[in-house]
Every structure is written in structure tokens, then in C-alpha cells.
Design a protein. Structure first.
Length: 288
């Protein structure tokens, strides 16, 4: 199976590429420079892509995104929004025009599409929010319509907080009250989920690639400290976060979203690391 990956150099995309290769897939990477063997070039800022090189893929995984600034100024919001719509539109429209179209397009979205919902359980059928983050994700998902209209199976991957990278080793304390629900997934688990989506025809539309066991933030902080073998870090006051990060703090860090993977469970996906401590230890490379 031949798969194209956009965003293959990022924290998630690099793990997905390595995992797919380990499973016997032929992986080609979409890059923003002159392509070499095993690559296809594109420049979404200028609306260009190597159209001919997109022919004949079995699946496409789109995880590309600009690095988000810490504060969402009006200028930053416009840049984030434009980047999301440009990349999604360019890729989906080009794939729709291919003579040999891929069977599936797996396209990154995000958990911020859901509003802060306290203790309410959120599934793929739950209402979406109305803030900037929700509009960004909704419009980003809508930008993949040309691909689905052309008969490509499109999966909108509503990604939560991903466990992985150097930041995981920071010994953080609880944030704010610590009572907000935290939905999460391990980086290697997410790579496995992406592979499952490529070969599972029943998965289509929005999918929550999250652990079936969300936890409250205070439990997350305590479990991470235990996995690291350290004392819990100092609590982070909500007011301090709001002063430092503004709107992003409220929308992403302090918001309570208790998300469950209804579609994945119904499709029979076998979670490798459904429990938080096991997932953390795997990603950190430490034994129990």
C-alpha cells in the first residue's frame, strides 16, 4: 500500500511515517522544498503542488500545520486560519482531480471543535463550539469536501493532546482547579490508529482518536509525576495562564472536554495503551 504523508517531519507525522514503514507500507513524504526520491513537493502558501506526482496513491495522511504562536492575536488567528484552509483545500481539490484517486484521505482536525463541556461525555455526534478554535476546525473539515465529493473516503481526525516529545518530561503540576477533563492519546497509539483508519472502510467523517479513558487534569499531573519518578510539580494558577496565553489558555488548556472514541470502539480498534500510566511509560521509555 502506497501512502503519502503531509507533515511527515512533525512530532506526529514522523511517528506515523516510521510506523507505516514498519508495517510494510511504501511511504512518500510531501515536502515544502525541491523533492528528492521518496518525496513530492508542494507550496500551499502559493497554491502549488506537483499534481502529476499525486497520482496512484492508495491513501493520503494530512498532518501538516504551521507552528502556532503562544498568544492568539488577531494577526495570528488570520495566519492560523489561512494556513489550515489553504493546505486542506489544495490537497483535497488536487486529489479530487486525480485520475487514479486514493481510497482514503486522513486529515487532521482537533478536539477544539467541541466546546468546553464540564463532565458531559463528548462523542463524534456532539454539537460543535462557536469560538475561534471551533470555527477553525469546522471550516478545516469542510475544506475536505471536494475529496469526499469525488468519492474519496475522508476521515477528519479530531486529535486531542498527544503524549510525546521532549515536553512530556516536564514535571508539571495540576493546572487551575485540576478538575477539568483531559482527553489524550499516545503518539505511537495515534500512529497505529492512523494505520487502522487507512484500511477500515467503515471509518468515515469525524473520528475521535482518543484513549477510552480520559482523566481529570489533577490525575494526569499525578500520573505523569509517578511515571517520571518525581514529586508532583507546582500547581499552575488559572489566572497566570490567562495572563500569559490569553484566549488560548481558556480554549485549550483550561477547558474541560471529556471525549470518547465512539467510532473507533464500534469499528473494533484494539487500543494498545488505553490506560494513562501505561501510555506515559511507553512514550517515556521507562518501566513500571
Amino acid at each position: 500500500m502506497k501512502v503519502l504523508i503531509a507533515g511527515a517531519s512533525g512530532m506526529i507525522g514522523s511517528a506515523v511515517g516510521l510506523y507505516l514503514e514498519s508495517q510494510g507500507y511504501e511511504v512518500v513524504r510531501l515536502v515544502r522544498r525541491a523533492a528528492v526520491a521518496g518525496e513530492v513537493s508542494w507550496d500551499p502558501d502559493n497554491g502549488t503542488i506537483d499534481v502529476g506526482a499525486l497520482e496512484g496513491f492508495d491513501g493520503v495522511v494530512h498532518l501538516a500545520s504551521m507552528r502556532w504562536p503562544a498568544r492568539w492575536t488577531s494577526v495570528a488567528k488570520k495566519q492560523i486560519y489561512a494556513n489550515r484552509i489553504r493546505t486542506n483545500s489544495l490537497l483535497s481539490q488536487t486529489l479530487a482531480g486525480c485520475k487514479r484517486k486514493p481510497q482514503a484521505l486522513i486529515c487532521a482536525s482537533g478536539m477544539g471543535i467541541y466546546p468546553a463541556s464540564g463532565d458531559q461525555v463528548l462523542t463524534e455526534d456532539s454539537p460543535v463550539g462557536t469560538n475561534f478554535l471551533a470555527h477553525l476546525q469546522c471550516d478545516g473539515e469542510a475544506a475536505t469536501t471536494p475529496a469526499s465529493a469525488a468519492g474519496i473516503r475522508v476521515v477528519n481526525l479530531r486529535i486531542p493532546g498527544v503524549l510525546g516529545g521532549a515536553g512530556l518530561k516536564r514535571n508539571m503540576g495540576r493546572i487551575g482547579s485540576g478538575q477539568q477533563w483531559t482527553s489524550w492519546v499516545g503518539r505511537d497509539e495515534l500512529a497505529s490508529i492512523v494505520e487502522y483508519m487507512l484500511v477500515t472502510d467503515t471509518l468515515v467523517g469525524p473520528v475521535n482518536p482518543v484513549s477510552p479513558n480520559p482523566v481529570r487534569n489533577a490525575e494526569f499531573a499525578a500520573t505523569l509525576s509517578h511515571a517520571l519518578g518525581r514529586k508532583p510539580g507546582l500547581p499552575v494558577p488559572a489566572l497566570l495562564l490567562r495572563l500569559m496565553l490569553g484566549e488560548m489558555a481558556e480554549a485549550l488548556i483550561l477547558a474541560s472536554r471529556r471525549i470518547v472514541p465512539t467510532k473507533l470502539l464500534a469499528a473494533g480498534y484494539p487500543f494498545r495503551f488505553p490506560e494513562l500510566e501505561d501510555a506515559l511509560r511507553h512514550e517515556l521509555g521507562v518501566s513500571a
